[in-house]
Design a protein around this ligand. Structure first.
Ligand code: TRP
Length: 339
């Protein structure tokens, strides 16, 4: 007999407070969380501050960026009545379960992670070492996801390898010790929602990059946003055509315009005959999308007590969800439960 379930899927996603949130974070992820995920699913959104400690960091900056990310999530429309918003370090279960994940993973599979290998290569070229936590990072990420019985993890391509590892760890743990964890899956955003760097349209507009002229930050002043977009690199050739291979710069601008106005990039391309006109339209569209977000962020920043309250309630709910599963995992591996 067909078995149908009415339970809503559980979603978990996290953002590292290692840089200011960008237009790429908003159009590629946050907006979908706001418009769809928080209503269709039981969604948890987490500022994963422990992950920010895997690289050199300034304590005051991490603290500031953590609060800012949470405030921007609310400003963008995450509604604490519909989803759970919290800070990772407020819920001990993440670190507790991370250790069991380290005991489930093999060191070789951690060393194979592409992000790890890239960062090690970059640092060692400069004669620097990396923190041990950079290697074990995927164990913590697996714990983030598995502690909540997560079904879906909405992340970009750069994170699918970590989610694959999480799936392997969940299955391995369950096989060894009994069925404790749900095996989650990555749900990448549609390609069109991927915003590329305005100065380097072949790489993602990422918040952890060094201060970039090609990155629009959600809290950039309006004239800065305009300037960055007007100075975006375009391609040789001058016709406005949507072609991600041959015209990556212009296509990125068309994707941003489409994401902001709800149009189709191929169709929008026909409306512009010059790069200048296209850039002007993109700049105005982005400014209009960011305007309410910035205004709401300013209001919320003036009321830190409200944000604190949201995070306190979020952490309480998250703790209550994670605790029983992490306790079950502790018991399953043979740790004597406290009397
Ligand atoms: N590793 C993710 C990133 O760098 C952040 C992250 C940590 C995350 N834990 C997570 C994302 C759990 C989704 C689910 O972007």
């Amino acid at each position: 007999m067909a078995h149908t379930t009415t339970a809503r899927p559980r979603i978990f996603s996290g953002v590292k407070p290692t840089g200011h949130l960008t237009l790429g974070n908003y159009l590629g992820a946050l907006r979908r969380w706001v418009e769809e995920d928080q209503y269709r699913a039981d969604a948890l959104f987490c500022v994963v501050d422990l992950h920010a400690l895997t690289v050199e960091h300034d304590p005051a900056r991490v603290r500031r960026l953590t609060r800012q990310a949470a405030t921007l999530f609310l400003a963008a429309g995450l509604d604490p009545a519909h989803c759970t918003l919290f800070v990772q370090s407020h819920v001990d279960e993440h670190a507790r379960l991370s250790y069991l994940m380290e005991c489930t993973a093999a060191d070789g599979e951690m060393r194979r992670m592409i992000q790890y290998k890239e960062k090690v290569a970059r640092e060692s070229a400069r004669g620097r070492s990396v923190r041990l936590s950079l290697l074990t990072y995927p164990a913590l990420m697996a714990a983030d996801i598995l502690a909540y019985g997560t079904n879906e993890v909405p992340v970009g391509d750069d994170q699918t390898q970590h989610v694959e590892l999480t799936r392997d760890l969940a299955r391995r743990f369950n096989q060894r010790y009994g069925p404790v964890f749900t095996v989650p899956r990555a749900t990448p955003p549609p390609v069109a929602a991927r915003v590329m760097d305005l100065q380097d349209p072949l790489s993602k507009m990422g918040k952890s990059h060094a201060e970039g002229r090609g990155i629009v930050y959600l809290l950039d002043e309006t004239d800065v946003v305009r300037k960055k977009i007007m100075r975006a690199v375009t391609d040789s050739g001058s016709d406005v055509r949507y072609d991600r291979e041959e015209r990556p710069g212009v296509s990125n601008l068309l994707d941003v315009l489409a994401a902001c106005t709800g149009g189709k990039p191929e169709v929008l391309a026909e409306e512009y005959t010059s790069y200048g006109a296209l850039k002007g339209a993109v700049a105005e569209a982005v400014v209009e999308v960011l305007r309410p977000l910035r205004a709401r962020h300013a209001e919320l920043s003036a009321d830190p007590g409200y944000v604190d309250g949201v995070l306190r309630a979020g952490a309480e709910r998250a703790r209550a969800l994670a605790r029983p599963r992490v306790d079950a995992a502790y018991a399953a591996v043979g740790l004597l439960p406290p009397a």
